[in-house]
Design a protein around this ligand. Structure first.
Ligand SMILES: [Zn+2]
Length: 442
């Protein structure tokens, strides 16, 4: 079953150009159409995917009496995992199961929007939360989940969709722009090793949400609960939401890589010690969040450790990727559960010099991929390359790569879909015709 799903995914990416044209017709309305015109809303509502039949039957639907806020989240996972968690629930790290109903809408990276719960019901999306003295924000709000991670930029397709969706909801419930908040703004945590009292920072969710791109005016100029002394501020989030505009933008998109300033807490928030958070050390070793204290200690996580959130299952996959064998530390990177193109390539994920080798055999550069959600696990990529140069009867590896032919930075893609670096090939005369050669861009 799982295998079939994967095959289906691969197929989808390989047909992505057709899919892209379809999306183009749905979302690229002429620029001069005013924000969320009647026409645009109609197109949006027609394209809305009704996903409510997947809601866990054990979720108890209760009508919502009041709607004061719209809360924006990032899923911290890919599309399939987000839809599954939102609809059917998840394991909490105390070992309990939730029954889904975790958002009203889910918006994929390609802009396709799923209705996961009728907006008239309470969704269980905000957890321990407070805004302006009011607690349990789920009871008075709509929850929108954007597929992606709080440390990566959201896509233009997502902003286009969320902008229209928010406009529609604002009209229905009579909400001002300031009623739209992120989960990281309203969530709070109980005292922990960093905070003696109740505090912000439990969630980093949607800290990368750029309001102007969603057609929204500014948020509150301050955090009302911090100002009133009900909560302690989280310094990093305070800068992002209530600091000076230039600082706000600079610190919004970060990475999931540990550094002096980007700590486990900054990346994972309350999930820092969860068994579903995996720390992948530079040498490839992986440790789950609940084991860091006993094996390493929180102060001894090495820089360049990658933090992977929401890792439910598939640890074998991860180990294979990180173990530093033929592809671990060299230029060839592998996309696997929780590690995205962005984790490896940063802002260059969609650039011409980032080359992707899809499991189906398609080789393409970042400018020609649009279905980022459907990028299959085990897709390999190289960053900062030009090519391909094809080996044929008149052009051998030597004449293509010159003195770099055996270099560990020179990449060879064989017709049988294997990828090697120059230092791993012993006999270049054995490279078949049709082998593609990629050279580092200068
Ligand atoms: Zn959230």
């Amino acid at each position: 079953m799982y295998f079939n799903q994967k095959r289906h995914q691969n197929l989808k990416v390989c047909q992505s150009s057709l899919f892209a044209i379809f999306l183009f017709s749905l979302f690229f309305l002429p620029e001069n159409v005013s924000v969320a015109s009647v026409n645009e809303r109609t197109v949006f509502q027609r394209a809305l995917v009704d996903y409510q039949r997947h809601l866990n039957p054990r979720y108890r639907k209760a009508p919502r009496d009041q709607t004061k806020y719209i809360i924006v989240h990032t899923s911290e996972s890919g599309l399939q995992s987000a839809l599954k968690t939102v609809s059917s629930g998840k394991l909490t790290y105390k070992g309990n199961r939730t029954f889904g109903g975790h958002a009203h809408y889910v918006i994929a990276r390609n802009g396709v929007t799923y209705r996961t719960l009728d907006k008239n019901y309470v969704a269980d999306h905000a957890g321990l939360s407070m805004w302006d003295g009011q607690t349990d924000i789920s009871r008075v709000s709509i929850g929108i989940e954007l597929v992606g991670y709080h440390y990566e930029p959201l896509t233009d397709h997502q902003y286009r969709s969320v902008k229209i969706l928010i406009k529609i909801l604002q009209n229905i419930y009579g909400l001002k722009d300031r009623a739209v908040l992120t989960h990281s703004q309203v969530a709070y945590g109980r005292p922990n090793q960093w905070f003696p009292g109740n505090h912000r920072g439990r969630k980093r969710c949607a800290k990368n949400f750029e309001r102007t791109k969603a057609g929204l005016g500014p948020t509150w100029p301050f955090d009302p609960d911090v100002r009133a002394g009900r909560l302690t501020e989280d310094k990093e989030l305070a800068v992002i939401f209530y600091g000076s505009p230039s600082v706000m933008i600079a610190s919004r998109v970060t990475t999931n890589v540990i550094s002096k300033t980007n700590t486990a807490w900054s990346i994972a928030g309350e999930d820092f010690n969860s068994p579903q958070t995996i720390y992948q050390l530079p040498g490839g070793q992986t440790i789950t969040g609940n084991k860091i204290e006993s094996t390493l200690g929180w102060n001894r996580i090495p820089p360049n450790t990658i933090v992977l959130l929401n890792q439910q299952g598939e640890p074998a996959d991860l180990r294979r990727t990180g173990s530093g064998t033929k592809t671990g530390s060299g230029p060839i990177k592998i996309i696997s559960n929780g590690k995205t193109a962005w984790s490896f390539a940063g802002r260059n994920y969609n650039s011409r010099s980032t080359i992707y080798f899809l499991p189906c055999g398609r080789v393409t550069d970042g400018t020609r991929i649009s279905a980022w959600d459907d990028l299959p696990s085990q897709t390999r990529l190289i960053i900062g390359y030009h090519g391909p140069f094809t080996i044929n009867s008149s052009q051998k590896a030597n004449s293509i790569a010159g003195h770099k032919v055996r270099d560990e930075q020179t990449v060879y893609y064989l017709p049988n879909r294997e990828v090697y670096t120059g230092n791993k090939i012993s006999d270049f005369s054995m490279l078949p015709r049709g082998t593609l050669v990629f050279l580092p861009a200068l």
